[in-house]
Design a protein around this ligand. Structure first.
Ligand code: C2E
Ligand code: MG
Ligand code: MG
Ligand code: MG
Length: 282
């Protein structure tokens, strides 16, 4: 099989390799087994506040340690999981594992680290999603304030009233909410007015554009401006270069996440990364 080592360090299948029906059935059966036999794993990518020089949180990103195919990234199996209804057990697993890890970090002294978890729109549209999110938080006794839920912008358009109600409910319980890949969908800056979210994550495509467009990005300016106007925090994703950092700081965006700082790494490396950061600022 033709594989290329992806940027994230896991195998990517070449785009021209459209999955045949059989291959698809195989993969979804394997995914079913994978969920039960603990082949899923979470990697975590640090989020850095450049003004205070510290790691404020980590984003949990799911991977599949496939027995033959190696470490598979979510782009390979999340869309399939969404089509096959497997996204629900995956979400439960991810939420539980993220909370378990957060509890463990807190016991070892990392007490002001947020853990962000991606929630698929299919999951978020379930009537009982709030309960499903709260359950592992209670089980592992982590402060709800230390968990951030990442939802995507297109959710805001689907069924705005019920989404707003769920976001409000989660906020009432203390959780934080961020909007992922902001600016890439139906651009709905005005929706922000109605959504009680905490953070807007500027999509990495705009960060990448900084390289060709120079230091000024009208899109980033607009996002930062409107987010600040609504009292929200802003985080830039996919930061890879010092040039991008400089440009983002000039735009007033000072919390960042990207390969320049760290790739998504296993939990034990997060701890080492944070300790190294702390030493560096002594
Ligand atoms: P996302 O939530 O927008 O996550 C950011 C993606 O960008 C991650 O890819 C991350 O590894 C990658 N990334 C981070 N920094 C850089 C950088 O500097 N340069 C580049 N080129 N990429 C960078 P990943 O881990 O492959 O995840 C892809 C998407 O899969 C995520 O996008 C998210 O939408 C989804 N996903 C990941 N984990 C989960 C999960 O547990 N549940 C659900 N429902 N979706 C997930
Ligand atoms: Mg995300
Ligand atoms: Mg994103
Ligand atoms: Mg994305």
């Amino acid at each position: 099989q033709v594989k290329a080592q992806g940027k994230n360090g896991f195998m990517r299948y070449a785009p021209e390799m459209h999955r045949s029906h059989c291959e698809r059935v195989d993969l979804s059966n394997e995914l079913r087994i994978a969920i039960e036999s603990n082949q899923l794993t979470l990697h975590y990518q640090p989020q850095i506040d450049l003004v205070h020089g510290r790691v404020t949180g980590v984003e949990a990103l799911v991977r599949w340690q496939h027995p033959e195919r190696g470490l598979l990234g979510p782009n390979i199996f999340i869309p399939l999981a969404e089509e096959e209804g497997l996204i629900f057990p995956i979400s439960d697993w991810v939420l539980n594992e993220a909370c378990r890890q957060q509890a463990s970090w807190r016991r070892s002294g990392l007490t002001d680290l947020k853990v962000a978890v991606n929630i698929s729109p299919l999951e978020f549209n379930r009537a009982d999603v709030v309960e499903r999110i709260l359950l592992p938080i209670r089980t592992h006794q982590v402060p709800p304030e230390s968990i951030e839920i990442e939802i995507t912008e297109n959710l805001l358009m689907d069924d705005a009233e019920s989404v707003i109600a769920k976001v409000q409910e989660l906020r009432k319980h203390g959780l934080r909410i961020s909007i992922d890949d902001f600016g890439t969908r139906y651009s709905s800056l005005n929706y922000l007015r109605r959504f009680p979210v905490n953070t807007v994550k500027i999509d990495q495509s705009f960060v990448r554009d900084l390289d060709s467009t120079g230091r000024q990005s009208p899109v980033i300016s607009a996002i930062v401006g409107i987010a600040r106007g609504f009292g929200l925090s802003v985080l830039a994703e996919g930061v890879e270069t010092a040039f991008q950092i400089e440009a983002l700081l000039q735009h007033g965006c000072d919390v960042m996440q990207g390969f320049h700082f760290s790739r998504p790494v296993p939990a034990d490396e997060v701890q080492r990364y944070i300790e190294a950061q702390a030493l560096a600022t002594l």
